[in-house]
Design a protein. Structure first.
Length: 342
């Protein structure tokens, strides 16, 4: 029984000296009480705190000490007194310190309140501006990367490469007889011809959508600057649309019909321009057919969409690869990794 009581007493004493009692190493006055260091109570006024500090500072000033260990002791004590005074004379720091004393178990909150004061004060406008600049730079770099990827693909694709070579030869850019004074190696000539072919493709090929040539107006910073102008443009366009087609009941023009079809497809501008495979309406050779079906009318579009979905299902059902995939999924699909007893 005595052994158990002894253990309980030791546990109780550990609680008293632990950080949860109210003091945290590295925060404020460490494991000591700032009020006790200055010899004042928690209810002391700022004047009383200043008076206590001056009294102790005069007593423990390093100049009052001798040499050696005594001077070192005075220096440490003076720094401790000055630190306690800096904390208690500031209303905000004193409030945070009192909060820590009253809520010793809220370690995270106490650390946050302490370090928040010492964190550098940064203007939120600067943070936003820097963030927008970084995003815009990444966006612009990504656009150029996509464009170069598309150009490199077209340079290697036989269909477009043959056309580019034909144009370059017709313009006398490549294929000419070498002059005897020409000291270039075959490798240098080949590289120059590749650059010419690439340049021809860049100039002649109309690349649209997400792989189009980057435009500075498309980056986020410029979009935000021009957003008031775009908003006014949209309001004017919408007002004109309401007046012409909702109130006066005018017939849609070709541009308006295409807009409605694109809207029903839920296609963005880049998707509409660049993805004739995903959006067949963007293919010029099919334009007359879709205009004849009047797909700008919602009911006609829904019927057409249903028809296309049925055709796609029929093609998939006949596809050997799709049949193989369905058999694979019926057998359980990809294996699963499990943890636990076998």
């Amino acid at each position: 029984m005595a052994h158990i009581c002894g253990v309980k007493m030791i546990f109780f004493l550990l609680l008293l000296v632990s950080p949860s009692y109210g003091f945290l190493e590295g925060l404020y006055c460490g494991l000591e009480n700032c009020y006790e260091i200055l010899g004042v109570t928690r209810d002391a006024s700022r004047g009383e705190i200043t008076k206590g500090y001056r009294k102790l500072a005069k007593k423990w000033h390093p100049d009052m000490a001798g040499k050696g260990e005594e001077k070192e002791e005075f220096t440490k004590m003076f720094q401790k007194i000055a630190n306690a005074y800096e904390i208690l004379r500031d209303d905000e720091q004193r409030e945070n310190y009192n909060y820590m004393l009253d809520n010793p178990d809220e370690h995270l909150a106490n650390y946050y309140r302490y370090y928040r004061r010492y964190a550098p004060k940064v203007d939120i406008r600067i943070v936003i501006a820097v963030s927008l600049t970084i995003i815009s730079a990444i966006q612009y770099w990504g656009a150029w990367n996509n464009y170069n990827t598309a150009i490199n693909y077209l340079c290697k694709e036989p269909k477009y490469r043959i056309q580019a070579v034909g144009i370059a030869k017709a313009e006398g850019l490549i294929g000419q007889k070498r002059d005897r004074k020409d000291k270039r190696t075959k490798e240098e000539i080949r590289n120059e011809e590749e650059e010419i072919i690439k340049k021809v493709i860049e100039e002649k090929m109309d690349i649209r959508g997400g792989y189009s040539k980057p435009d500075i107006k498309d980056i986020l910073w410029i979009q935000l600057i021009l957003s008031p102008y775009y908003l006014v443009q949209y309001l004017i366009w919408f007002a004109r649309w309401v007046w012409r087609f909702w109130i006066r009941r005018e017939e849609y023009g070709e541009e308006e019909k295409l807009y409605l079809i694109k809207k029903y497809l839920k296609a963005s501008r880049s998707q509409w321009e660049a993805s004739p495979v995903l959006f067949p309406l963007a293919k010029e050779e099919n334009f007359d057919e879709y205009m004849r079906k009047e797909l700008w009318i919602k009911d006609n579009f829904n019927a057409w969409k249903q028809e296309k979905e049925e055709e796609m299902k029929a093609k998939l059902a006949e596809s050997a690869r799709y049949k193989s995939f369905r058999r694979y999924m019926k057998k359980g699909g990809p294996g699963q990794m499990t943890f636990g007893p076998e």
